[in-house]
Each structure stands twice: as structure tokens, then as C-alpha cells.
Design a protein around this ligand. Structure first.
Ligand code: ADP
Ligand code: MG
Length: 688
């Protein structure tokens, strides 16, 4: 009987009982447990060219013959070292000898003996014209054994649990791979003929090859096959979810005169990209199927005005529209804007930011056409049933559950989520796969440019002079104080100190102070005073990071910029450059911090969020980005291949086709992943 995935490890004669016990102790009891423990990288140990030994900084692999062994002891304590002299096993003994050394491992004398043939893998050093390799990985070759497990091949390296060594796991995997037949597992992916480049591959072959591949090419193919399978599982889920939403029966919200009047009354012309996005949104809203759309645009691209215009579509159909923002400062700002733009059209606007309704600033959320607020909206009992459109601003700042809760308040409302997080297309397909996407890829004209400089903290005196000039020309400034080890209390202290200093440095100007510890009303007051120009300068913690819009502010100093990620700096900097004036952003970093200077250099080069995020991705890898985005879900095993557009698109196409043919995924190959795909946690679980 051939080996199956559910065979117990102790049924395999090739594995010693000691080895099986070790594995069992860590929970690996079946063949499947070992096979699904994928190597996280491989080492190319094929370069086994019987040539003479040479000094090498990268590990090399040699087939050797042991000519002499012995223990050496130093000092009175007798700390010892086991040494084995070896020559190339091809017998080219004319060449130099190599000494293998195991420090503090005298017991190796019971393992390695004269006359043995070994394969060794490690770095070769030279000392006093003697060559040595310390603690090599090694494998003892039986005379008749040609196949090798640990060396002389492309060797898998596993992430280990305590108690299991690399060798144990690799040996188990090797014997299992040898013993498994060609069809030990069912394919999840559709027929290979539909997958283009993967002709001849199936799941069984890929799983075997991802452990032990004969060539680097087949290893790569196997990894891509398994990545495709993984992405396909994800895409089945998002496509399924997307279709479920479309079929759930929403309402038609057709935009009319109101939206036109609104546009006509705006103090500016919408950009082409804004208009295009609005049309896409309005078309979705006009259809009976519920809209589920992402409005994606870099900081300052003008998403708010598009959202307001969209909200009018719901209003015109006799419904309410709600907009939820992540901070109270931002909610208040949207409220002010809505009043300015929408009240003249005869609409009523409510704001809800406090947990209790007394704290709400104005109006009854139950009757106003437009409702704006923070997550406090979630607890608003008035706000139910009549919601036609839900807009979620800076959606990445909300948890999945919060978004779901607001959406559930409506009776299958249209949903528009907005973000400035610049994500590459392939990641969009994965994270936001169940959403339609509109992109505002054009900034309003007549915007001043932003000049960014990274400067040592010691140059702050010069910066003060420059700030003074700008203020005298009528501009305003943000002075951002740092993120200190995740402690808001320390942040506040730093901001307060900064505030005192700047008040002294700028005696003729009014300097406001804003931080998270102020109560709601104080925050609103400070922000309003800054917006109205009463404060020329705002010293602030990162509470202004998202959304804040004061076009006359054209200077931003960020202290301790080395403590921020690129994405966050980009968001912060997005607070300036919103008006016609040239803006200036200075990133102060600790004086000798060369690493920070090089990391932040991209900020000097560009204001394009996409390029900055690409740089970020390069430094952190998509796994990190997605890992966080999935919040709670197991990270993708092959996340780094998400950069492979072709693969992600292929997964999407295959998923669409599969669901056309088999909407409930009844085929047996989906038995294992069906639960994952139909999991009813919350809508849009894939969103960041
Ligand atoms: P974001 O996309 O970052 O949310 P906002 O919606 O806050 O950007 O818009 C930034 C600023 O640009 C606001 O002051 C807004 O009124 C203004 N704005 C939006 N669209 C245009 C446009 N087409 N022309 C000029 N200014 C615009
Ligand atoms: Mg915004």
C-alpha cells in the first residue's frame, strides 16, 4: 500500500523511532503535517565540484574523505574541539587539506571517523595558511548511497519549532517525498491545460518539488504553482463575496438636479479624474444592485468633494447619506465643509462625534439628510433603515467590524470606501478584490509644489528663520512633534515643550497646540482657530495625520522624522501643498543617523504616493504590507509572489471561471477550502 497524506509517521520504516518521537512531540504525527510544512528558503548546495578547497565567504559544498580525526583540549578546564582533516573525495590529495572543526563538541569523535566519506557545507577560512571550516553542515555518505539529503543538491531550509533540528525535519521530508506516489493529493486548481505555463504540473508534483527540487527552475515553477493555488483560494473568496453582494438586492439611487446644482456651485472645476470617478459611482448607485466601491486617490487628490456629490444621489431618492471619519477632528472638518457646500442646497447636516447624544454637536441624526460623524455613528440609534449611502473616509483606519456595523445599519445601502493608501494593482486585486475601484489619478491644477528636505536636528535655528519669513508672507505652518515609543503621554509632553519653545521664538504670532489628550471641544476649537487663521502656527502630535485640510498651510516641520514609516510621512506631508502656494516640508532627523537619511531620501525626490509605497514595499516586502492588511488572517505563504501581476491575474480569471461553472463550489476538490471561501465573518473581510 502506498503512503497517503493521513498515514502516521510511525508507519514509515525509513524513519527511526527516535526521529518519529521527536516529530510527534511537536505535533507532527502524519505525513500531511510534514509535507505541508513548507521550506521557507533553499540553499543551492549543488556546486559540488570535486575541486580543491578555497577560501570562501559564502558557504560551499564539498564531497570529502576523512583522513584523520582527533580532539584538542585547551587550558585546564579542558574546553575541547573536535577536528577532522579531510581531502577531496575524488582523491586529488595533491591539493590542500581542509580541517573541519567543531568547537566544544568533543562528542563528535563518536560520529565522525577516519575513512568516512562526507558531504560538508560551510564557509572556508584561512588562518596561518591552513584552511578550515567551522561547524559545517554535514552528511555521512554510505558507500552505496548516491542520493543525498542535506547536501550536493538544492537543499530546503525549514523554520523550526523548538526540539526539531533542520536535519530531522529534512530527513523526514526526504523519505516522505520519496515514498509518496504521483497522485497522493487532489488538485485544487482547475486542469493544467487552463493554467498556461503550468502544463505537466499538478499539486502532488509541486508539493514534492517545493521540498526537494532537482533544479532551480523546477523549484521556481513549483513555488509559483502553489502560489497560484493559494491566490486562487483567495480569489474564489473575494469573487464569491462580490457576487453575493451584487445579488443581495439593493436600491437604485439616481442622481439628478441636486448633484448638478452642487457641481455648478463649487468654487472650482472638478478634475477629469474626479468627474470620471463620480460618474462611475453614480452609475453604480443608479443600479439596483448595492454599490461596493473603493475610491482611491493620493492625499490631496480631492476625494471629499466626490463623496459629497455621491451622497446627493441617495438624498435625491429620499434617503439619508452618512459619512464616517476616523478622527473627531476630521469629522468636524467634513461637517464644516458639508455645511458650507450642502446647506445652501437646502439640506440639513448633522454631526455625531460623542458617544452620548448630548455630546453631538448639532441636529437630530434621524431627520437630517446628511449625517457626519466618527465611530460614534455606530452607537446612534436614530440612524437606521433609511440609509441609502454609507461613505467611509480613510477606511484603513477602521476595523473590519466597525465598517460592517455601519453598513448593517442601512438596509443594503450603497457603500463607498475611500483611502489614500497607495497600493499596487496586484495587491488591490487581493486585498480589495471584492470591490470595484475608482482611482483619482490627477491632482487639481493650480497647486503649489512641495519641496521636501531631510535635515539634521541641529539645523533647527535656520529653520526657525525660514519659518518666520513664510509666516510674514501670510502662510501658516504645522510643527509636528514626535511619535515617542507608542506612548501618547510622552508625545503630549514633547509637543507641549515644543509649543513653549516656538511661542518664544515667534512672539508676534499665535501658536496653537493640538494633541490627543485635549477634550473634543478643545480640539475642535484649536482646529477651527487654525483654519480661520487665528493661529498662524499649529504645534501638533500626529493627530493631524489623516484628512486635515487647511489650504493656506504651506510649511510643515516634522521632528524626529526617523521614527516614522514612509507611508505615515507621506500622509502627514499631505496636509500641505493643498493651496496655490509653494509648500515646504522639513524632516528633521537625529544628527548622525545616516540610515534614516538614506531611507527618507525618497521623500525629497517625489510626492507621488505610489512611488513612495513602492520604495516601502521594496524595503519591507509585500508580506508585511499584506500581513497587516489581513488583520487576523494567516499571512499568505507566498506573499512575495504577489508582486507577480501575471500570477495574480491568472488566479482571478480562474476563480471567475470556476464560479461561473460551479457557483456553490460543489466539486470535491474544494472540500478543504469551502469553509474558508464561504466563511460569513463580515463583508469585505479582505479589506485592509
Ligand atoms: P483628499 O483626497 O486628501 O481627501 P480633499 O478632498 O481633502 O483631499 O481635497 C483637498 C483640497 O482640494 C480641499 O481643499 C478641496 O476643497 C480642494 N479641491 C478638491 N478638488 C479640487 C479641484 N478640482 N480643484 C481645486 N481644488 C480642489
Ligand atoms: Mg480626505
Amino acid at each position: 500500500m502506498s503512503l497517503a497524506l493521513d498515514s502516521p509517521l510511525n508507519a514509515m520504516p525509513e524513519l527511526s523511532s527516535r526521529m518519529v518521537k521527536t516529530l510527534e512531540k511537536e505535533g507532527l504525527t502524519q505525513v500531511a503535517d510534514v509535507i505541508s510544512w513548507l521550506p521557507f528558503r533553499h540553499e543551492d548546495r549543488t556546486r559540488d565540484e570535486n575541486i580543491s578547497f578555497q577560501v570562501s565567504d559564502i558557504p560551499v559544498c564539498h564531497r570529502v574523505l576523512v583522513t584523520k580525526t582527533g580532539n584538542k583540549f585547551f587550558g585546564r578546564r579542558g574546553s575541547g574541539m573536535f577536528e577532522a582533516s579531510v581531502e577531496p573525495s575524488g582523491g586529488a590529495s595533491m591539493g590542500q587539506l581542509l580541517t573541519l572543526r567543531w568547537w566544544g563538541m568533543a562528542f563528535m569523535s563518536r560520529v565522525i571517523a577516519e575513512g568516512q566519506k562526507l558531504i560538508v557545507y560551510g564557509k572556508i577560512k584561512e588562518f596561518k595558511s591552513k584552511l578550515s571550516m567551522d561547524h559545517p553542515e554535514y552528511e555521512i555518505l554510505d558507500d552505496d548511497e548516491t542520493a543525498t539529503i542535506h547536501s550536493g543538491r538544492i537543499t530546503p531550509v525549514y523554520r523550526l519549532k523548538a526540539g526539531i533540528t533542520q536535519k530531522t525535519l529534512r530527513t523526514a521530508a526526504w523519505h516522505i517525498v520519496q515514498a509518496l506516489g504521483d497522485d497522493f493529493t487532489q488538485d485544487v486548481l482547475p486542469k493544467p491545460s487552463e493554467q498556461g505555463e503550468f502544463a505537466g504540473w499538478n499539486r502532488a508534483r509541486a508539493l514534492k518539488a517545493v521540498h526537494f527540487a532537482e533544479t532551480l527552475e523546477s523549484l521556481e515553477k513549483a513555488r509559483r504553482y502553489l502560489a497560484l493555488e493559494e491566490f486562487y483560494g483567495y480569489q474564489l473568496r473575494v469573487v464569491q463575496r462580490r457576487r453575493a453582494v451584487l445579488e443581495s438586492g439593493g436600491h437604485a439611487h439616481v442622481a439628478g438636479l441636486l448633484a448638478r446644482d452642487f457641481e455648478a456651485a463649487l468654487p472650482f472645476q472638478m478634475t477629469g479624474a474626479q468627474k470620471r470617478s463620480l460618474i462611475e459611482i453614480q452609475q453604480d448607485m443608479a443600479s439596483k444592485a448595492p454599490m461596493n466601491r473603493l475610491l482611491h486617490g493620493d492625499v490631496g487628490s480631492g476625494k471629499t468633494v466626490v463623496a459629497f456629490a455621491a451622497m446627493l444621489g441617495a438624498v435625491e431618492s429620499g434617503k439619508q447619506a452618512a459619512l464616517m471619519a476616523p478622527t473627531q477632528i476630521l469629522a468636524d472638518q467634513h461637517y464644516q465643509t458639508a455645511r458650507k457646500w450642502l446647506e445652501p442646497l437646502g439640506l440639513r447636516v448633522a454631526l455625531r462625534t460623542g458617544a452620548r447624544s448630548e455630546e453631538s454637536t448639532a441636529h437630530d441624526t434621524g431627520i437630517c439628510e446628511i449625517v457626519i460623524g466618527t465611530h460614534a455613528l455606530l452607537h446612534d440609534a436614530q440612524l437606521v433603515k433609511n440609509l441609502g449611502l454609507v461613505v467611509i473616509d480613510e477606511q484603513h483606519k477602521f476595523g473590519v467590524a466597525q465598517r460592517a456595523k455601519l453598513i448593517q445599519k442601512g438596509n443594503t445601502p450603497d457603500v463607498l470606501v475611500m483611502t489614500a493608501t497607495p497600493i499596487p494593482r496586484t495587491l488591490t486585486l487581493t486585498i480589495y478584490g471584492d470591490l470595484d475601484v475608482s482611482t483619482i489619478d490627477e491632482r487639481p491644477k493650480e497647486r503649489g509644489k512641495i519641496i521636501t528636505k531631510v535635515r539634521p536636528a541641529s539645523k533647527q535655528a535656520d529653520a526657525a528663520k525660514f519659518l518666520l519669513e513664510q509666516l510674514e508672507e501670510g502662510r501658516q505652518a504645522y510643527l509636528v512633534y514626535p511619535l515617542i515609543e507608542e506612548s501618547e503621554k510622552l508625545d503630549v509632553t514633547a509637543a507641549k515643550k515644543g509649543h513653549e519653545q516656538w511661542c518664544k521664538l515667534l512672539p508676534n504670532f499665535s501658536v496653537g497646540l493640538l494633541h490627543g489628550k485635549l477634550d473634543a471641544e478643545e480640539k475642535d476649537q484649536v482646529m477651527r482657530d487654525f483654519r480661520s487663521g487665528k493661529h498662524e502656527v499649529l504645534v501638533s502630535t500626529t493627530v493631524i495625520e489623516v484628512g486635515v485640510d487647511v489650504p493656506n498651510a504651506s510649511v510643515m516641520y516634522i521632528h524626529h522624522a526617523e521614527r516614522y514609516g514612509l507611508a505615515q510621512l507621506h500622509q502627514l506631508r499631505g496636509r500641505i501643498g493643498r493651496g496655490e502656494h509653494t509648500s515646504y516640508c522639513v524632516l528633521f532627523v537625529a544628527d548622525k543617523d545616516e540610515e534614516a537619511k538614506s531611507r527618507l531620501a525618497i521623500m525629497e525626490e517625489t510626492t507621488d504616493g505610489f512611488r513612495i509605497s513602492e520604495e516601502d514595499l521594496k524595503r519591507r516586502g509585500p508580506g508585511d504590507v499584506l500581513g497587516k492588511a489581513q488583520s487576523g488572517q494567516a499571512p499568505l505563504k507566498f506573499a512575495e509572489l504577489l508582486a507577480d501581476t501575471r500570477l495574480v491575474r491568472l488566479a482571478r480569471q480562474l476563480a471567475e471561471k470556476t464560479l461561473d461553472e460551479d457557483p456553490l463550489l460543489k466539486a470535491t476538490r474544494f472540500a478543504d477550502i469551502r469553509a474558508f471561501i464561504f466563511q460569513e465573518d463580515v463583508p469585505q473581510a479582505m479589506m485592509q
